[in-house]
Design a binder for this molecule. Sequence first.
Ligand code: CA
Length: 477
Amino acid sequence: MARLSSDKLQLLKKAFAEDGSAGEPPKRSCVTYPTAKRWYNITAIEQTCGGRFMTHTILVRFLAVMTLAVEILQTSAATGAQQAIVVEAPSLDRPLIFDSSTRGPGGTNIPGPQFRLVPLRGLATPYALAFLPDGSILITERVGRLRIIRDGNLDPRPIAGIPEVLNTWQRGMNDIALHPRFAENRWLYFTYYKPVEGSPLNARATLARARFDGGYTVSDVREIFSTDAVVGGPSAAHIVFGRDDKIYMAIGIPIPRPPKDTVAATVSDAQDPNSYYGKVLRLNDDGSVPKDNPFYGRSGHKPELYALGIRNAMGLYVHPETGELWETENGPQGGDEINIIKAGKNYGWPVISYGRAYTGELVGGTGPTSDQPFAPGMEPPWLFWSPSIAPAAIMFYTGNRFPDWKGNIFIGGLVGTQLQRIVLNPTNGLPIRRQPLLTELKQRIREVKQGPDGLLYLLTDEDAGTLLRIEPVNVAP
Ligand SMILES: [Ca+2]
């Protein structure tokens, strides 16, 4: 193992020292820092970040250390003492071929299909997509733009008519869904965070309906739901139409509000039936409240409520066979979840979780309030991740283009920078294997949808965002 010379060691110590005394991890850091003793070991520098709210300062420090480590490795290679290969992520400027074969217990080979990844670049932090009946694809961008792909080409002109959004703390414009009878009524729905006058941070989770006739503008834009309370920190708003043609809308409240902000919603709202935050709502297609909602008419309850105890839902999906509402949820450190959302149920946040605070503590701060992952009257997740991948969109593959993947779940991973495939037991439907795909790209995967052509379409959550199409290799590029 390569050793650091004393001057390199001093540089490395200096890189940490500004966060506190050398050798001591900075408080509330999500980075696992090496000990002074282990600084002599190059591998100890390759620590990873377990949380997703890494501060800029720490990121800069971390990158500085990594740069130094690479420099040291290169120096070692030059002297012949040690060789290292630094693999760069492939550029998304051309189609790429991947082999999804993997290894099983005992080293057995598990064959998987080869696939071609076809990129379409030119998007900025794209968030969600919807397929139109004519083959066009609508794509939301978090900054508050609606883009369209016509005949396979990204139209450089955004679609006009989208309201102003507050694009901070990963809010902005979020999800999009077509009305189940879009071909007749041309209604599309989208969620966004509406700015609050006089506040640079607070916004209202909002759902709007608009008419889209295929041109360059949406018309008849109408806000059909907006939260009464504001949110000052991270929050996501997702929608999906159920089999009952109702809109299911999830609104997240993942972390405590800033101490001085007494106005905005906070994590305790997730258990408060009189708050819209940390909930799944159920609405009619005009935003009105269905009278058969589980808490309709109950005192102290918002009538729109469908389920409680949601942290930050990042994916809503209607199971193609059962019609159940499936949800992905970003948990605290090590507590990401898939839940099957049922009427009137409580999914536990912020009381129970398999995760813990970003400081590493079991409870308190950004973690749950209980040290137990279950409690009476609260639903456990169907699946959880530890460590977290920050799951985003979820879908079941039902197409014929990849027979080996039929019935598998596909999840976009944000912090996990991957497309995760979850293989289910065909008899009982329970998860038996998780396979990370596309990790080589080092891209945050936000959206995953099956196209009407049976191919998979992904969006990367990047400033230079990309639409990725996954197709079998026997298709001509
Ligand atoms: Ca939960």
